[in-house]
Design a binder for this molecule. Structure first.
Ligand code: ADP
Ligand code: MG
Ligand code: MG
Length: 899
């Protein structure tokens, strides 16, 4: 077996590795190699990188290095010393190095860098003599002891700081930079004493011992709690990376006086995306000084005046790096006595707005293709662009009165109300309201839905208010403790009182609360974002793929779930091609439909039931008319009634029973008997969905009639329409066969009566394993399938979405399962059933239309799975439509790259 190469050299205009070796050299090591070699040939101090393979081996072997590593490192150190013409830590003219960590993905949770390694009691004097700068040498030595002691050996940082502070206060000095050579020498002596006390041994004088100590610390840091946590939080699964690499490279010094310095810069503005070179520079400083914020750095633009030569050189490098990497670069550089050195470059992190702007600009500059541009933006980043925002100029003049937790982003401004009822009533009058409460409960939903924002005085980021607000895309600040409720119609914030109807403004992204009206800019898709998402649509529309069962499928659409004309408008504005799920249950909760429907439920016979349903029909017709009209000819998939009947007839105590019996006009005793009869142990698996229509066909018949009448009216008005009817909770093809026949009979009746010729696609939801397994039989009677992946996941896993919170954390922590099945569609369970349903369904109808309407329709990984399985569309909440448009395009591009 050929021996693995563990160490890679760079320097002298050449390198063993390059940017393609991120997995082995880490991002930092790979880019240093790339910068050093042709064609870039940038000034990079020489060094070598020990690969991530060593880290992987290190842990496999129980924290031991693989055989032969010591020899290989010795060889490369020798090469580095020859390149530099100096020996590591030599007494007269020492080579000093930095030891840096770096994984394939940049991970701020890992080890800090150790600078100036190679200094000891003798080489510090050599360095002083050679540079003629004694103060510099001793400053470097004290920095090194501190970093090595802290980072590699775990001596508390604060203990070193205490020593500096003591010396400074003794001498009446404020700044580190004012320390003179003698004081620095004194600090070094004290540091070494501290080190000995803490570690029970002298500070290592042998440079090779120092180097191996630092290397060991870097590999050890891969598994420190900070790094593990970071990977967890960023969803980097253990085992997907080999570990960290270690880069040992020659030091250059930015702290040699006024012709030296260090800086960080970005090739474009990372917060706006503007094509403007920017950054910060600190004269006479080393490494982390810029970031540490001890001294205020100058703007890069100032460097253009103070040192034009260096600035021009940097500009040139910036252009060449962008051309090379085809992306915005984040760079570190140091100037040593007027000579520029590059110490790091990487693709820079950016805000959502910047990501979109840069992607669009770079296509115009012909730096990247549209496909590359689409892959540049994380779908989740788009959320930042789609929230209502406070107008920054208005914020400057606004009065901030309190702060709470930033629970749901976006800005909301409105007249304050303290109950959900008021919120609804005022909103109906066309007022903009801000709902202010101690906390919210499920009873408040309707009021929350119409509010511009929600503000609570108690509760955290997982409180009811926060969770619901995020689901609705409504701004929310919660846990704002400064608010008290001295009476029903006012709140107090500190010494100020605000009455119902006064204006307040919240910023759910910062948690701040402002007095009065602060201008809010609504989210809109325009400019760069519109162009960008247009490209995404193009890519999806022209996509062609072959499903696992061998069928060719063209295009991949994004629909939205929406129950109201307002939802439909939102969906439309965000670019949805249709409504994939229009639920009808909430329509029955509005009065006067509710009373009639309740009467229907408690009816003794079919005649009474039909009579009560008839009363609802005109209202349903109006509901459907409005939503179909709003969509202007785009598909609307209307789902017939789904929830269990007992949700409509609720009487928790005798008082409620009394009220309900009065309202429905039946005596209390029979009502009590009805309530008892409707009670179910497992309503979610109970008498619901199309099971209602098997027992009471007249319910769905009424709904279908209302749909047909609404459509007929629109047809006569010359309005375009494309209505589909969807049957929920199907487990047998017989359900679809029977309900379809009943529906078609109703549609025929309407056609005759209204002299029209309407036809509706009638489809089936697939939300239980059995339905997927008999999909060929169902497909004979269904024109389309819509996968209800929430229920499909519940019933495939046997996890209840309402109860799985008790154990899911443990399942994820112990990696029993990899992802939360309700956040990411599981490919092996529900995904496998969908694959079966696709194959069986299309074996009967080759062009059977398939979609998904569960919440997974807004999750990028799930969207990619839906693409692979041959679905024609995904449907998600209106606010996630832009994200889904992008995620869908990315799935198309990535699938074509795999080929
Ligand atoms: P991080 O990953 O935290 O950015 P780095 O390895 O980039 O850590 O190093 C921290 C700081 O030290 C940076 O400012 C870097 O430029 C500087 N630095 C690293 N190696 C050297 C070196 N050989 N000479 C001078 N400065 C260095
Ligand atoms: Mg860095
Ligand atoms: Mg369902």
């Amino acid at each position: 077996m050929a021996k693995t190469k563990y160490v890679y050299f760079f320097g002298n205009g050449d390198a063993d590795g390059d940017e393609s070796m991120r997995a082995e050299l880490g991002g930092k090591g790979a880019n240093l190699a790339q910068m050093a070699k042709k064609p870039l040939s940038l000034p990079v101090p020489a060094g070598f990188t020990i690969s991530t393979d060593v880290c992987q081996e290190f842990y496999k072997l129980g924290r031991k290095y693989p055989a032969g590593l010591d020899k290989e490192v010795a060889e490369y150190l020798d090469r580095l010393e020859k390149t530099m013409g100096k020996k590591l830590g030599a007494n007269d003219d020492p080579l000093l190095v930095s030891v840096r960590s770096g994984a394939a993905i940049s991970m701020p949770g890992m080890m800090d860098t150790i600078l100036n390694l190679g200094l000891n009691d003798k080489s510090v004097i050599g360095l002083a003599n050679k540079t003629g700068n004694e103060r510099f040498a001793w400053d470097a030595y004290r920095r090194f002891i501190q970093m090595f002691g802290d980072v590699a050996m775990g001596v508390e940082h604060a203990k070193f700081e205490a020593i500096i502070d003591e010396v400074k206060s003794h001498r009446g000095i404020k700044e580190d930079t004012e320390l003179n050579t003698d004081e620095l020498k004194e600090i070094v002596t004290k540091y070494k004493k501290l080190y000995k006390k803490e570690k029970g041994e002298d500070f290592p004088q042998d440079p090779k011992v120092q180097m191996w100590g630092a290397i060991g610390a870097v590999f050890g840091s891969w598994m420190n709690p900070r790094a593990i946590k970071y990977r967890q939080l960023n969803n980097i699964k253990e085992g997907t990376l080999k570990g960290t690499a270690v880069t040992v490279m020659a030091m250059v010094f930015g702290n040699k006086g006024d012709t030296s310095g260090t800086g960080v810069c970005f090739s474009r503005d990372p917060s706006t995306g503007k094509n403007e070179f920017m950054g910060e520079y600190l004269m006479n400083a080393q490494g982390e000084d810029v970031v540490a914020g001890i001294r205020t750095p100058q703007k890069l633009s100032q460097l253009a005046e103070t040192n034009k030569k260096i600035y021009d050189e940097l500009c040139n490098i910036r252009n060449r790096l962008e051309k090379h990497y085809h992306d915005m670069q984040d760079m570190e550089f140091t100037v040593e006595e007027g000579k520029l050195f590059m110490l790091q470059c990487r693709n820079g992190k950016r805000t959502g707005a910047a990501a979109v702007k840069m992607a669009v600009d770079m296509v115009a500059e012909k730096l990247i293709t549209k496909e590359q541009a689409l892959l540049r933006v994380e779908p989740e980043q788009l959320n930042q662009l789609l929230l209502p925002q406070l107008d920054p100029s208005a914020v400057k003049k606004a009065v901030e009165i309190a702060g709470g937790l930033n629970a749901s982003p976006g800005a909301g401004c409105g007249q304050i109300v303290f109950t959900a009822e008021d919120a609804e009533a005022w909103a109906k009058e066309g007022k903009k309201v801000l709902l202010v409460r101690k906390e919210t409960s499920p009873d408040d939903i309707a009021g929350m839905a119409v509010a511009q924002g929600i503000l609570t005085s108690t509760g955290g980021r997982t409180s009811h208010a926060a969770v619901v607000a995020r689901g609705m895309g409504t701004p929310c600040v919660c846990g704002c403790a400064a608010i008290t409720f001295p009476g029903a119609d006012k709140i107090k914030v500190g010494s100020k009182t605000y009455k119902k109807g006064d204006f307040l403004t919240i910023d759910g992204s910062t948690g701040k609360v402002y007095e009065g009206k602060v201008a809010v800019k609504p989210a809109s898709i325009s400019g760069d974002l519109e162009k960008f998402l247009g490209w995404a649509d193009e890519i999806r529309n022209k996509s062609v793929r072959t499903t696992p069962s061998g069928k060719k499928v063209k295009g991949f659409d994004v629909y939205a779930n929406g129950d109201t004309p307002q939802n439909a408008k939102d969906a439309f504005r965000f670019g949805a091609m249709g409504i994939g799920l229009c639920r009808t249950e909430h329509m029955f909760f509005d009065e006067p439909k509710l009373t009639s429907f309740q009467k229907m439920i408690v009816s003794e016979d079919t005649e009474a039931r039909k009579k009560n349903l008839k009363a609802i029909l005109p209202y349903q017709e109006k509901d459907f008319y409005q939503i179909i009209k709003t969509m202007e000819g785009r598909t609307v998939t209307i789902r017939l009634l789904d929830p269990p009947l007992n949700e409509f007839i609720q009487a928790a105590d005798s008082k409620q029973l009394d009220e309900l019996s009065k309202k429905l006009g039946i005596d209390k005793k029979s009502l009590a008997a009805k309530v008892a009869a409707l009670d179910e142990h497992n309503p979610m698996l109970g008498h619901r969905g199309c099971r209602l229509a098997i027992t009471y066909p007249e319910i769905y018949e009424m709904q279908v009639e209302a749909i047909a009448l609404a459509t007929a009216k629109l047809e006569k008005e010359g309005v375009k329409h494309d209505v589909q009817i969807m049957i929920p909770n199907v487990v047998s093809y017989r359900e679809v066969e029977q309900i379809r026949a009943q529906a078609e009979a109703k549609i025929e009746e309407v056609n005759k009566a209204k002299k029209v010729n309407l036809k509706f696609a009638i489809g089936s939801m697939v939300e239980f394993p059995r339905t997927a397994l008999i999909a060929d039989k169902v497909a004979k009677y269904a024109d389309f399938f819509s996968f209800g992946t929430n229920d499909l996941s519940q019933t495939t896993f046997g996890f209840s979405r309402d109860d799985y919170g008790k154990f899911i954390e443990a399942y994820l922590d112990q990696r029993i399962i990899e992802d939360d099945p309700f956040a990411t569609l599981d490919p092996d369970g529900p995904g496998a059933l969908m694959e079966i349903a696709e194959a069986k369904g299309r074996s009967v109808k080759p062009d059977l239309h398939l979609g998904i309407c569960g919440e997974h329709g807004g999750d990028p990984a799930s969207i990619a799975l839906c693409y692979k399985l041959g679905l024609n569309y995904v449907s998600c909440s209106p606010f996630r439509v832009p994200l889904a448009r992008l995620a869908g395009a990315q799935a198309v591009i990535k699938a074509s790259q795999k080929k």
